[in-house]
Design a protein around this ligand. Structure first.
Ligand code: SF4
Length: 369
């Protein structure tokens, strides 16, 4: 296909501006990778080999490219309504240089966030990045990974002889852009060589093949965020289906990585109990014998701010967010959220704990909130 044809095909997908369109398309079980609608380069990024490689890659694809006049300034993303602006931002990819090398803390699950990328092409209505990235969550990848990893080394030395854990998914889902940057692969190999550094990340995507044959030394824990296919289909547009995530988890387990699952957010709906239990049983049937992954269970909750963001960006959302059906609770970060009432929480706890301990007798449930 010539460049012009490719470009007009992409522009058509932009024009249709549907959530989930132009970012990941499925044909049967084949998942096509994320392809941005436009790419914005920071001039300094072109001084790095990865920046140059990506420039050639997107030039060959005929994708619209711009230079940003200054770091952190991205203009010209189209869209009139909040929804259009949100969709277009998620189809825009900035190739930049990570300047802030002071890593944010990441308590309680890790010591530091490891900044590999920002934002994600998925359209989960309850995305945990909504509050931090606002209504225009432009994707960013960084070409100076070596500098980022050098900084990680300093943090590891500072905490020596204690182990230091880094979380790679605090600001993005790192899998969709991995085929472009190779950052996860390099990071996993970096941590494999450290004595006191550990790495973990979580994903809702399934494109893990490039990670299977690299040396990880069991220093990286890969976690998959799972839900029932009903919830994924309704609220996690643009991510991998449940079957794809389970299949990816099987590959990761066979490659010998420490493995974990987040079941989140657990939502009560017609038939929820049966579908969640079936998903856990399917997982047990697919993983290699003797697997004992860890589980983190998070029930659905929302803040007033998150609800108002979701209503702006996803005006047709059917996400259950009726405050009168919830209990108000102050969280550890000082703001209040609406959680399921005590009785429903008790029911969720009993059902999940009983079933997980039956099908994964040696697994640990780290927490249920
Ligand atoms: S996959 Fe994760 S980071 Fe991406 S939109 Fe969904 S919740 Fe957000």
């Amino acid at each position: 296909m010539c460049k012009t044809d490719k470009k007009s095909r992409l522009l058509n997908s932009i024009a249709s501006c549907q959530i989930g369109n132009g970012m990941e398309k499925r044909q049967g079980d084949v998942v096509k990778r994320f392809v941005p609608s436009r790419v914005v380069f920071e001039p300094a990024a072109l001084e790095y080999p990865l920046g140059q490689k990506l420039q050639t890659h997107f030039e060959d694809l005929g994708i619209e490219m711009q230079m940003t006049p200054s770091h952190n300034r991205v203009t010209g993303i189209p869209g009139k309504t909040p929804k259009e602006k949100y969709v277009q931002a998620k189809q825009s990819l900035v190739i930049g240089v990570r300047r802030t090398l002071k890593f944010a803390s990441c308590k309680p699950s890790a010591h530091y966030q490891l900044p590999l990328a920002t934002s994600c092409p998925g359209f989960c209505e309850y995305c945990y990045l909504q509050t931090t990235l606002g209504t225009k969550p432009v994707l960013r990848v960084y070409v100076n990974l070596d500098e980022v990893l050098l900084q990680a080394e300093k943090y590891i030395e500072e905490r020596s002889p204690d182990i230091t854990i880094f979380e790679g998914a605090a600001t993005s889902d790192p899998i969709p852009v991995e085929y472009l940057t190779g950052s996860l692969e390099k990071t996993i190999e970096f941590f494999a060589k450290t004595d006191l550094g550990r790495f973990r990340f979580v994903t809702k995507f399934a494109d893990v093949d490039s990670l299977l044959n690299i040396k990880h030394n069991q220093h990286t824990e890969v976690r998959f965020s799972l839900n029932t296919q009903t919830v994924i289909g309704k609220y996690e547009k643009g991510t991998a289906p449940l079957k794809g995530r389970i299949e990816a988890a099987r590959k990761i387990a066979e490659a010998g990585y420490p493995l974990g699952f987040l079941i989140a957010p657990i939502i009560i709906y017609d038939n929820w109990e049966k579908e969640y239990l079936q998903a856990i049983s399917d997982l047990a049937a697919m993983l290699p014998e003797g697997s004992n992954p860890s589980f983190e269970l998070i029930t659905h909750r929302f803040t007033k701010k998150a609800k108002s963001n979701i209503e702006q960006v996803f005006p047709e959302s059917t996400l259950p967010m009726d405050e009168s059906e919830r209990q108000f609770k102050y969280g550890q970060f000082g703001y209040g959220k609406y959680v399921y009432p005590k009785e429903a929480m008790g029911e969720i706890k009993d059902i999940f704990e009983e079933h997980i301990s039956k099908v994964f007798p040696d697994s640990e449930i780290k927490y249920l909130v």
